[in-house]
Write a protein that binds this ligand. Structure first.
Ligand SMILES: [Mg+2]
Length: 416
């Protein structure tokens, strides 16, 4: 059995560079929502010593000096590019587990006749050619080792590594215990206290002791480091338990009408996701809060039961607006609000009576049409008036690049 972890290099920064080639050789950073912190860095930006997660104001003085290209996060672009990478990879093997927006585990059961290293380079070149994004690929017998192989592929600059061609003990001896997949800081501290500081020492640890002192989960990690696959690929993604859409406001919101605009915007987005995953929701939560750093911190949420499971924005909107009224307080400076959809079920499992069935079909057609138009002409082309047109409370995104791949008005222009 062989597993590969495919990981996009500097994903958000690479998405930006894919559509603006002049960025390839410049330091690029991408900022979190409301332009708060650095959440992605190109390799040139890393070389300047800009740390991950650093508040932007702390590195702002470097921007001019080093000609750093700064972007607000453009999740529409990143999500679409992620989908393109995933569908490209799906052509290479049927065993496929998306792990995060820019990481996928691939399984190569029955590929015994294939030279995986060569196949890896083929995968890497194809992704680059079809999407413009650079990826690193690590092959190994287990997921935990594939993570390590991937780091090796990235750090060595080789791009593709099959860990079975290397001296595993030598590699593991170089890896700090906290870097091992699934260890984290808490276990890391405890293992260090017990004298286990490298991945190699963990691999050699006594299984019974690990299980007694820690858990069967850590025991599995030890076995995986030894090359026994214990964490299977999750080929069918687990059904989502909830869908949340929430944002911080760019400035405090005090008026009910603005809070309702925000909630209406979020519930529209949440309903879109619900339909994308072909789910219905039966319970809806609405919450809003003031800044945690203010003295009179206020936070309130309400949970509303819907009369029937639904994915219709009109129904969800009605209840979400009631929720907004319930959590609103006139003397409060709100700085964040959101909605959560719960009790999700797949549309296929839904059982409705005859008349409800007919209504559900009509509602589905209407919603599909709205989604289609918004996909084609940019999100918000059709929206509920109550969601507001100005949205002056909306996120700060002063330096967002174009939505090159998801919005007609923002397509790349080729000059003659
Ligand atoms: Mg990555």
């Amino acid at each position: 059995m062989s597993i590969a972890l495919v990981d996009c290099n500097n994903f958000y920064a690479s998405c930006e560079a894919a559509f603006q080639p002049m960025l390839q050789d410049l330091p690029v950073i991408v900022l979190s929502n409301n332009d708060g912190c650095v959440v992605a860095r190109s390799s040139q930006a890393k070389a300047l010593g800009i740390p991950m997660g650093e508040p932007f104001f702390k590195v702002q003085h470097l921007v001019q000096k080093h000609n750093i290209q700064v972007f607000s996060s453009n999740y529409g672009l990143y999500g679409d590019m992620s989908a393109r990478v995933m569908s490209t990879l799906a052509a290479f093997t049927p065993d496929f587990e998306p792990y995060s927006i820019d990481e996928v585990f691939l399984g190569f059961d029955g590929f015994n006749a294939v030279d995986l290293l060569e196949y890896g380079y083929q995968i890497r070149d194809t992704v680059k050619q079809w999407t413009g994004l650079p990826v690193s690929i690590g092959f190994a017998p287990t997921k935990t080792l594939a993570k390590i192989a991937n780091h090796l592929a990235k750090d060595s600059g080789e791009g593709v590594v099959d860990i079975t061609h290397h001296n595993l003990a030598a590699i593991l001896s170089e890896i700090a215990i906290e870097e091992v997949w699934g260890i984290g800081r808490r276990w890391g501290r405890s293992l260090r206290a017990a004298g286990i500081t490298t991945a190699l020492q963990l691999q050699e640890a006594e299984l019974g002791w690990i299980k007694r002192k820690y858990s069967v989960v850590l025991q599995r990690t030890v076995l995986e480091l030894r090359g026994h696959a214990c964490i299977p690929l999750e080929l069918a993604p687990p059904t989502r338990k909830s869908i949340m859409v929430s944002r911080s406001f760019r400035r405090p919101v005090t008026e009910l009408v603005e809070l309702k605009e925000a909630i209406a915007t979020y519930i529209s987005r949440a309903a879109e996701k619900l339909r994308l995953y072909q789910l219905t929701a039966n319970v809806l939560q609405v919450f809003a809060r003031s800044s945690r750093f203010k003295e009179d911190y206020y936070s309130e949420s309400v949970t509303l039961s819907l009369p029937n499971p639904t994915q219709d924005t009109r129904v969800l909107m009605l209840f979400a607006l009631q929720g907004a009224e319930a959590v609103y307080r006139p003397d409060c400076d709100f700085n964040k609000a959101g909605v959560v959809l719960l009790e999700l079920r797949s549309v296929a499992e839904e059982q409705l009576d005859l008349f409800a069935q007919r209504d559900a079909e009509r509602s589905m057609l209407l919603m599909q049409t709205v989604d289609q138009i918004n996909r084609q002409f940019g999100s918000g082309t059709i929206q509920f008036a109550v969601a507001g047109l100005q949205k002056s409370w909306g996120m700060r995104q002063e330096q967002r690049s174009n939505r090159w791949t998801t919005c007609w008005r923002e397509l790349p222009v080729v000059r003659a």
